[in-house]
Design a protein around this ligand. Sequence first.
Ligand code: PMP
Length: 391
Amino acid sequence: MYGPNGADMSYLDYNATAPIRAEALAAVFEAMQSVGNASSLHQPGRQAAHRVDVARRQLADLLDCSPGEIIFTSGATEANNLALRAAFSAGNPLVTSPVEHPAVLETARTVTAESPEDLVLLPVGTDGLVDLGALEHVFSARRGGVVSLMAANNETGVLTDLRVAAKTAHESGALIHTDATQIVGRLPVDVVELDVDLLSLSAHKFGGPQGAGALYVRRGSALPHRPLLVGGGQERGWRAGTLNVAGIIGMGAAADAARRGLGEESERIAALRDRLESLVTGALPGCFINGRRDRRLPGVTSITFPGVPADALLAAMPDVAASEGSACASGAPTPSHVLLAMGLSREDADSTIRFSLGHATTSAEIEHAANAVKRAATQVRAALAEAHGPR
Ligand code: PMP
């Protein structure tokens, strides 16, 4: 028994979703036992509103912003949609990168559908870094619009130098949005220091419940509201609908726990990730790690096993939960757009697994996973060699 909740399984898919933190679970449980719509004026309503205020403060403390700059949403997909719709309606072009999550890429394509020339995708290096020099080039000929770049990639963990991107964007009169879903609660994020105008996050990536998230909107940003949901005018008109009180409170509790553990937790997780990488690559020559190794999230590794299809490898180790490409794309037969943009061949992209670790990962899980990967890769290689027969 070494996995979350005592399971005989290594859960290494934190970038898809992290196990809920004990603090968040307790908060959600308590909130669900209380009645109260946060917009009601009676006592139960006011109590719910007070709890939401506390959560707003906890989340603001994690981002170093003020509570009034937070808009609660159902997650990062909604936050990205809200941010890009509002920012793009304030001006064009919309500059982003081909390694973004579909929640940004598809939104970007949708909002620029009538003027596709307004969508600019920056080049990406083989190390997964977005070429920020090209951003200067884009703005040498035009001004205004919005730049949207992810803070950390969900497949490789590669980090974007947002300060540099924000400087170029602002000098060119553009706004900057970041999809910070994978970094919030895992590495320190200070919105003032990063100088971003809009930031999306999601509770379930840092130990909060699924279905809760937020958009940070810098105070004073001259942004038109482009709500996806209209109705009762909640969240200052940005997002109508009864607040998800339990989800928001759980997110606040998770934010608070993540903030307290930040430095210590990330060092421990990085050491476990490094151990997994060295055990796997040491035992299986030919494997390689994708993305700039010294500029990554602590808990992610994307490993290519040349000649070993990722779906077969995962099927051969059912007691290890990891992902081919990103979870949102799983089930689809297309290879990872992130790895292809980094120059991997389709075959190598199809032979890549993302392992992602987090707050509850144990060293026993890592040792077990490394052994399982070695065994499974050897087994799949042998099965393929037999199927292909002697050459
Ligand atoms: N952006 C990134 C980078 C992600 O990894 C994810 C989750 N896979 C999302 C956005 C979507 O988040 P949510 O599940 O909260 O909609």
